[in-house]
Write a protein of this length. Structure first.
Length: 270
């Protein structure tokens, strides 16, 4: 049994968050109804036992749980994680990357695969972590899915991800830790402000931005902030009612040219 006292980061975190917001002690103290001297004492760690209302006030102001303020050294988190945290996704309560995700199960206690129709997009933004909303979505049983993981089906719209056909149903697996996503991974991204789902190739940047790129070159890639993203679901498979088009003559010619160039390059390197 480990009897060592747990390290508390409250004082360090309050100073870190204040400076991150570029606020002086006077301004923050005034907004919290404290004296500057008390705030300075809290930041310096000279107040060993702040009052419960102090914990609540700081938690409400910064929108970060008390557990996180106490247990996690926020200065050690990367920019991506900090922006996600400040956006309301307090996923570090136990020091791990945990998200609140509502699921539903069948009579055998197996997770269902819910289908999120286009008409439910706006409702999903408000009810993604509401068990009752999730339980009301259509459910499917899909064979051969991995035992581990949570899966959902999202309809794709538009032709930005051709050759995946328009109006395909994308089966995707929930991603809890966005930093584990490899560059150019196909994903369903749930965007807050746009109240939309997009199917894109995703690259996570250390500075807290996420690059969304289409397979169709007619669509330009663009950046979004981590705080503007609610969820990311990694592509697993898709179903479509459209029969795939035959390979065009031009595509065949381009492939042959590329193959020839690769052979020439290999010969030169010998």
């Amino acid at each position: 049994m480990n009897n060592r006292p747990q390290k508390i980061f409250f004082a360090r975190n309050i100073k870190f968050l204040r400076e991150r917001k570029k606020m002086s002690q006077e301004i923050l103290a005034a907004q919290l109804g404290l004296t500057r001297a008390k705030l300075a004492a809290i930041e310096a760690g000279n107040t060993k036992s702040p009052q419960p209302e102090d914990y609540l006030n700081f938690s409400d102001f910064f929108k970060i749980s008390i557990d996180t303020l106490l247990k996690i050294d926020l200065s050690k988190l990367g920019e991506l994680k900090m922006r996600d945290l400040e956006a309301g996704n307090d996923v570090y309560i136990r020091g791990g990357n945990l998200r609140v995700l509502a699921i539903s199960v069948d009579r055998s206690n197996n997770e269902n695969v819910e289908y999120v129709p286009v008409k439910a997009k706006a409702g999903y933004m408000a009810g993604y972590n509401d068990p009752e909303f999730i339980a009301a979505l259509p459910k499917y049983s899909i064979p051969n899915l991995p035992v581990q993981g949570t899966f959902r089906i999202f309809p794709s719209t538009g032709d930005s991800m051709l050759p995946v056909p328009e109006s395909s149903d994308i089966i995707a697996q929930y991603v809890a830790d966005w930093t584990a996503i490899k560059p150019n991974t196909p994903c369903i991204v749930i965007l807050k402000e746009q109240q939309d789902f997009v199917f894109k190739m995703v690259t996570i940047h250390p500075n807290g931005t996420i690059l969304l790129k289409s397979l169709n070159p007619e669509y330009k890639p663009y950046l979004v902030e981590a705080g503007d993203v609610m969820e990311i679901w990694q592509f697993y498979a898709y179903t479509s009612r459209k029969f795939p088009e035959a390979r065009s003559e031009m595509a065949t010619i381009l492939a042959a040219i590329k193959n020839l160039e690769e052979k020439i390059g290999k010969n030169k390197s010998k």
